[in-house]
Unconditional design. Structure first.
Length: 139
């Protein structure tokens, strides 16, 4: 969120870094934050960090994470009508990090953790069919 309401209202969409630690499980807290922004600003909201494996030195969860934590968060954000951006931790840890494939390109096959999250995202339509307009609008 920007500093004041006028700045947030000027944007076409919001893409916050949701709370990752200190306020409760991020898979519960982040969807609540997304819901509040959707309600306040009535515009698309993109959750920017649902798929990190726990880079705590960069603001990620301080304790161990599970890919299911992130899948739950993604699913709940989708249920609210929000969007997600796949936020691969390799972009913060840099070359030579265990999170980064030797060729330096995000590769789902390099990390079983990320592969499973990407597989879930690829099946979005299976779990979250496109929203239907209200009956009055379909006439």
């Amino acid at each position: 969120m920007l500093r004041d309401r006028a700045q947030n209202e000027a944007l076409d969409f919001l893409s916050p870094h949701t709370t990752r630690h200190g306020a409760g499980p991020h898979w519960e807290v982040a969807p609540q934050e997304i819901a509040l922004l959707l309600k306040l600003y009535r515009k698309p909201v993109v959750d920017d960090e649902p798929a990190r494996t726990g880079t705590s030195s960069y603001g990620g969860p301080r304790g161990p994470t599970s890919l299911f934590d992130h899948i739950l968060q993604i699913y709940q954000v989708w249920q609210l009508g929000g969007y997600i951006v796949y936020h691969h931790d390799m972009f913060q840890t840099g070359a030579g990090s265990p999170a980064v494939p030797p060729h330096g390109i995000p590769d789902p096959e390099f990390s079983p953790y990320h592969r499973q999250v990407l597989e879930f995202i690829a099946l979005r339509d299976r779990y979250m069919p496109p929203a239907q307009p209200p009956a009055a609008e379909r006439r």
